[in-house]
Write a protein that binds this ligand. Structure first.
Ligand code: SF4
Length: 413
């Protein structure tokens, strides 16, 4: 195990650490996995009571929601510059600007961010560039500018079209703003994802159906449909609302499965549904255990070297992150993933995919021989949780339904 890089490491140490990561290690990767870039924007108009993301409320003054945009963009550029020795020369296939609420950035701010990324990284000509946006922060002109700057996929946090559920979720928008946001998005973007949640506090089957039909009526390329869960350290965990029981939640899931299929979407990942060839390329790279550089407050990254895989985390609080990034220390923690943690980390992601992954990608992405997981693979097959096909690692329908149990079979002893 390589020691944690202490906070306060001087800037010059970044290059030294690169040398450290290049030393012989426990694994031998045959090549570099595809590389993506994640950029975190850590502010929201208000903190939702179910949210455990690294997002911080920016109370608006006179209706505006001022974030320290210039200073944050400076920090992101400094962070990216410090990261270059770790990804030198590797093409970047996808970019995801997430949060928080990236649509709080001005049009000029987004333009500057994408210019900085293009200037510093070899971005593919057809790179997928997604940005997250929340209703209540939409103006047609600004979204047209985002598109002109190069954002080519928009992911909108709708969550529900029902005013009382939106209120219970602490969202800043109602049905009207949700619909207006989709209209504005579809004027400039042909690749749009809608995030929706189900099993909401007090939600009935009919209300779930009505949300789903509303979402389907827009014919967007992608839908992400999440079961609301109570995450630790959230307001909902402290004061839990009454949620639909498991049976009702399963019925909702079955309805979602049936209606999305009828409407031409494919359920290709636990929570993701896409029209043909419109899967989220950025997320697919995570699930296939590809690499990603994560910049911005609290962003996580995973980077591969010939003999090791590194995980990084940036300073979490925006003010600390900005100060540390400008001082050359954006990374708070970096650690090597040990060889015996890799099988679980790989399977945790791969098993979310309906099609699974080619069996050969286990070696390509972890540098370990498939033999390292032959015992749990055989046990999962025997239980009917994995397909009995030696060329792929693919969950059965039963395996998808009991995904947690299946994933846990690959935990180290
Ligand atoms: S808008 Fe999204 S990121 Fe922001 S607090 Fe709500 S759930 Fe979290």
């Amino acid at each position: 195990m390589i020691p944690i890089v202490p906070a306060g490491t001087p800037p010059a140490a970044t290059a030294d650490n690169t040398q450290l990561w290049l030393k012989p290690g426990q694994i031998a990767l045959p090549g570099s996995p595809p590389l993506s870039l994640y950029v975190h924007v850590p502010w929201c108009v208000r903190k939702c009571p179910y949210c455990d993301f690294n997002s911080h409320a920016v109370p608006g003054k006179d209706g505006s929601h001022d974030i320290p945009e210039e200073a944050y963009l400076d920090a992101l550029r400094a962070d990216l510059e410090q990261s270059l020795p770790l990804v030198w020369g590797r093409p970047v296939h996808t970019v995801f600007i997430g949060g928080g609420t990236p649509s709080l950035l001005s049009a000029a701010g987004m333009d500057r961010l994408l210019s900085d990324i293009r200037a510093l990284l070899p971005l593919d000509a057809d790179a997928e560039i997604t940005m997250e946006a929340n209703p209540g922060t939409f103006e047609a002109e600004r979204f047209a500018s985002y598109r002109a700057s190069g954002v080519n996929r928009l992911s909108i946090g709708i969550q529900s079209f029902n005013d009382s559920h939106l209120q219970a979720l602490g969202r800043i928008h109602g049905e009207r703003e949700a619909r207006a946001a989709i209209d504005i998005a579809q004027r400039s973007f042909d690749n749009v994802n809608l995030d929706l949640m189900y099993a909401l506090p007090g939600q009935t089957m009919e209300q779930c159906r009505s949300d789903l039909e509303a979402a389907l009526s827009y014919g967007t390329t992608h839908l992400s449909l999440y079961h609301l869960t109570l995450e630790p350290n959230t307001l909902f965990a402290k004061y839990p609302p009454a949620l639909p029981d498991d049976d009702l939640a399963y019925e909702m899931q079955d309805l979602i499965e049936a209606r999305t299929t009828e409407a031409g979407y494919r359920h290709y990942e636990t929570s993701a549904y896409a029209r043909p060839h419109r899967e989220a390329r950025h997320n697919l790279n995570y699930w296939r255990f590809g690499d990603y550089l994560g910049i911005g407050a609290g962003a996580h990254g995973k980077l591969s070297f010939p003999n090791r895989i590194l995980r990084q985390m940036r300073h979490k609080h925006p003010a600390t992150y900005m100060a540390q990034a400008m001082a050359g220390n954006a990374v708070q923690e970096a650690r090597e993933v040990s060889a015996d943690e890799l099988p679980f980390e790989f399977m945790l992601n791969a098993l979310r995919l309906t099609d699974g992954v080619p069996a050969s990608s286990f070696h390509d992405m972890t540098g370990l021989r498939l033999h390292a997981i032959s015992r749990p693979l055989a046990a999962a097959e025997k239980k009917g949780l994995l397909e009995a096909d030696p060329t792929v690692i693919r969950p059965t329908e039963l395996g998808r339904r009991f995904l947690n149990d299946l994933q846990e079979m690959f935990l180290k002893d």
